[in-house]
Design a protein around this ligand. Structure first.
Ligand SMILES: Cc1cc2nc3c(=O)[nH]c(=O)nc-3n(C[C@H](O)[C@H](O)[C@H](O)COP(=O)(O)OP(=O)(O)OC[C@H]3O[C@@H](n4cnc5c(N)ncnc54)[C@H](O)[C@@H]3O)c2cc1C
Length: 317
């Protein structure tokens, strides 16, 4: 096989790796390698990386990988990992500025500290603000974009663009450009406005919501949250449980006994192919028994290994 010359970059301040396993960048803790994996030092450094990336090079953004399955054959092109625990958070006149690499629980705590209400739901979303913007993450009645005033995006040419919610078609766990095109570029920051509230009440609500999660979700095992979107008028977990699929296992992947819409990797040894095969099995079983076609909420990226095509996962999702 002919090996392509890796792209060379200059003047970057972040961490560039070649053929790096992406397993540690996903909450399922499995998956293949990224050809070029870049952890930018900050937004300007990310822009410098984007400017040097050839226009035809595939580009994938990852935050905390808490909604992503990376197939075992890995991801071609460049993968930018935007999770920075030291990234900026600031408040002025009730408007919160946050870098996209900040984790959502940190934003929730910051908002509570500054007596903002209704950000508490973000405390239990274990992803980045960038991931929450891309997914319109939500729970317990809250949804990310309801509170967004504007966002900053870096485009493929490394230019920063400021956009407002009216620039996007925003729906349940879905954010697209008008007309249906996927979001172009990478979110680098957002400005949120939450209603004024009470700091003590907000902290108490965060505690209460986290306790609810601990009681109902298999947080001690690698997982990616809800695998399927809830269909209109029902819950995916309810449909999966009604088909007797709790505990169903393929390879190292198992439908959680605690929450049927979670797939767990209890030993840490599930391959992405095991997880994908289980997603396919659950979807087909629920469709056959209830007539409801569950749509995956998790994003599946990368290539299958050639050997996957003869495994149990050979059916298409
Ligand atoms: C235990 C658990 C509980 C969860 N509970 C919830 C919940 O209650 N509600 C909910 O909505 N989700 C939930 N999730 C799913 C997940 O945390 C959210 O979807 C989260 O918003 C994903 O953020 P991330 O940074 O991990 O994104 P990733 O998984 O890294 O990426 C998800 C998608 O966003 C894109 N993306 C990431 N960063 C950027 C960026 N900066 N710019 C452009 N695109 C980007 C990626 O390309 C990918 O398409 C849960 C997950 C787990 C593991």
């Amino acid at each position: 096989m002919m090996m392509l010359e890796p792209i060379t970059f200059s003047g970057l301040r972040g961490t560039l790796s070649r053929q790096m396993s992406l397993a540690k960048f996903t909450s399922w803790r499995t998956g293949g390698k990224g050809d070029t994996v870049y952890l930018p030092a900050d937004r300007d450094d990310l822009a410098a990386f984007m400017r040097q990336l050839p226009a035809d090079e595939p580009l994938t953004a990852l935050g905390l990988g808490s909604n992503t399955l990376v197939r075992d054959g890995g991801v071609r092109g460049a993968v930018v990992v935007l999770h920075d625990p030291g990234a900026a958070l600031a408040i002025a006149d009730g408007l919160i500025y946050v870098d996209a690499g900040v984790a959502c629980p940190k934003l929730a705590r910051f908002a509570a500290l500054h007596a903002c209400a209704e950000a508490e739901f973000l405390a239990g979303v274990p992803g980045t603000v960038g991931g929450a913007l891309a997914m319109n993450a939500g729970c317990y009645g809250g949804e990310t974009w309801r509170y967004v005033v504007r966002v900053e995006v870096v485009d493929r040419d490394g230019r920063f663009v400021v956009r407002t919610p009216s620039d996007y078609a925003i729906a349940y766990r879905s954010v697209k450009r008008h007309g249906g095109a996927p979001i172009d570029g990478i979110f680098t920051a957002a400005w949120f406005r939450f209603p004024a509230g009470d700091a003590v009440a907000a902290r108490a609500r965060i505690k209460e919501l986290l306790a609810r999660r601990i009681a109902t979700q298999p947080l001690g095992m690698p997982n990616a949250g809800s695998v399927f979107r809830n269909p209109d008028g029902d819950y995916a977990a309810h449909l999966i449980e009604s088909c007797g699929l709790k505990g169903y296992t393929i390879g190292g992947a198992r439908v959680s006994e605690k929450h049927a819409n979670f797939i767990v990797n209890p030993s840490g040894e599930a391959s992405a192919a095991d997880i994908e095969a289980l997603i396919v099995h659950v979807r087909h079983t629920v469709r056959a028994r209830t007539g409801v076609d569950l749509e995956p909420e998790v994003r599946i990226i990368g290539e299958k290994l050639a050997s996957d095509s003869i495994s149990a996962g050979a059916q298409a999702i």
